[in-house]
Design a protein around this ligand. Structure first.
Ligand code: SF4
Length: 318
């Protein structure tokens, strides 16, 4: 390799140093690549310097050259004589929508109107809704018809069963991005993956622990997570009993659907506090290499020191 050239990570390959591991988040291919932390540190600290200069600064020029060659071979980095022409990814984040996501939980005892809640969300231009329901045989098609051409733009369903044909529902309602049947007899998926059957329980009022499968390796999440909590940001949850919360497992209640307007709830500074709880403000996440792609939604409490702490530990953290 020409030692006069400068090695740079592609702009879509975002480096993240953690306490236990270092990752490159390849947001174009949607994958995480584990790399030596010392190498990422060198590339960050000596950004814009030539390969020869970085090797000399490391004290191990041959090893550094070999490691950078691997990054180039894996198409994570490239060499250039003009590093100034290739700025790092702009990680600023903005959204015109007052609300991005909502979780609506239902069970057989839910007395609040799902259609009325969806109308409120549509007025707020909420982009994505997850409906999690333990109701027997919910009327999926009727709910989708009530949404029609309005917001949300996408709807995920988690349910136990339905009297309707899943394939016909997906064909009729392109807004359904997934239809996941929990507590099924076996594991199965439709050819396009939009309909899935799983033996996993459907637990309302709870969120799944962080997992590698749940990482969202894309530019939108990296930019949002740099400034905000990528699960709670611009999100509202309606519990099965109609209580309005930040997330399914967050204890603080901000009113009841049908009695308190969602617009009023999301304007409240107390409700918005979690929106800005980016991982750098969460005690056990700030040193984790997954912090820019992790969408974990554990409940958080804010200490007097301004640091958020999670309700329970994370086995994945790194
Ligand atoms: S420590 Fe935090 S950022 Fe890391 S995997 Fe766990 S929840 Fe996600």
């Amino acid at each position: 390799m020409n030692e006069a050239l400068c090695p740079l990570l592609h702009a879509c390959c975002v480096p993240v140093l953690g306490q236990r591991r270092a990752l490159i988040c390849d947001t174009q291919r949607g994958v995480l690549v584990e790399v030596p932390g010392a190498l990422l540190r060198l590339l960050e600290e000596h950004r814009g310097l030539s390969l020869g200069a970085i090797g000399a600064a490391s004290g191990h020029p041959e090893a550094v050259t070999a490691a950078i060659r691997r990054l180039v071979d894996e198409d994570l980095a490239f060499l250039t004589a003009h590093p100034e022409r290739f700025p790092a990814l702009d990680r600023s984040w903005r959204s015109p929508a007052p609300l991005l996501r909502a979780i609506l939980e239902r069970d057989a005892g839910s007395r609040w109107s799902l259609e009325a809640a969806l109308a409120e969300l549509a007025a707020l231009r909420c982009r994505h809704v997850l409906i999690r329901t333990r109701e027997p045989r919910p009327a999926v098609g009727a709910v989708m018809a009530a949404i029609g051409a309005r917001h949300p733009l996408t709807v995920d369903w988690q349910l136990l069963d339905t009297a309707e044909d899943p394939a016909a529902l997906l064909a009729s309602w392109p807004k359904i991005s997934s239809l996941v049947f929990h507590e099924a007899d076996g594991v199965e998926a439709s050819a396009d993956g939009r309909a899935r059957w799983t033996t996993a329980p459907l637990r309302l009022g709870a969120v799944a622990p962080a997992s590698l499968a749940g990482m969202a390796v894309n530019v939108e999440t990296v930019c949002e997570a740099t400034h905000h909590h990528p699960f709670f940001n611009r999100m509202v949850t309606v519990s099965a009993d109609g209580r309005l919360r930040n997330g399914p497992s967050t204890p603080q209640v901000f009113g009841r659907i049908g009695e308190t307007a969602i617009a009023e709830v999301i304007a409240s500074p107390a409700f918005r506090a979690l929106w800005d709880a980016h991982r750098g403000r969460i005690e056990d996440c700030r040193g984790c290499a997954y912090r820019l792609v992790c969408t974990d939604g554990r409940a958080l409490s804010l200490g007097e020191d301004g640091v958020f702490r999670a309700e329970r530990g994370c086995a994945l953290g790194g």
